[in-house]
Write a protein that binds this ligand. Structure first.
Ligand code: 5GP
Ligand code: ZN
Length: 121
């Protein structure tokens, strides 16, 4: 079941403003903020405002939302310090489940970029 807001979810608390974050973009569907423990010079997290636990729970109804998030990512990457393509660029990553490396169970797209080396990858 996809609750609008899970009171135990750290990203829902960030979306609600109950936990502070360094926000870089917000609209009615999504919030984008800086990862508290960056793995690269640029490390943003894009989250839908609706609590979707992971990619596993995504349905066809969510396709427009995910499409909007993916389409927004390049602009946010560039605006937040990623270098221009093709010498620069960025990585989009969605960890899913335990073996996928997911720690926070509210769907999020990592935007990673900036000069290498990065801590991960
Ligand atoms: P996952 O491992 O689930 O793909 O990624 C979770 C990410 O959330 C990690 O990179 C972690 O650093 C970040 N994170 C966890 N808690 C917080 C928080 O309270 N604030 C922010 N800004 N990032 C967080
Ligand atoms: Zn949540």
């Amino acid at each position: 079941m996809n609750l609008m807001h899970d009171p135990n979810c750290i990203f829902c608390k960030i979306i609600a403003g109950d936990i502070p974050s360094s926000k870089v973009y917000e609209d009615e569907d999504m919030l984008v903020f800086k990862d508290i423990h960056p793995s690269a010079p640029v490390h943003l997290l894009m989250v839908p405002k609706r609590h979707i636990p992971s990619m596993t729970q995504v349905t066809a109804e969510d396709a427009p939302l995910l499409g909007r998030m993916m389409a927004k990512a390049p602009e946010l990457a560039q605006a937040n310090g990623c270098n221009p393509y093709p010498d620069g660029g960025f990585r989009l990553m969605v960890n899913t489940g335990e073996e996928g490396g997911q720690e926070v169970h509210h769907l999020h797209i990592h935007i990673l970029g900036g000069a290498r080396p990065w801590r991960k990858g």
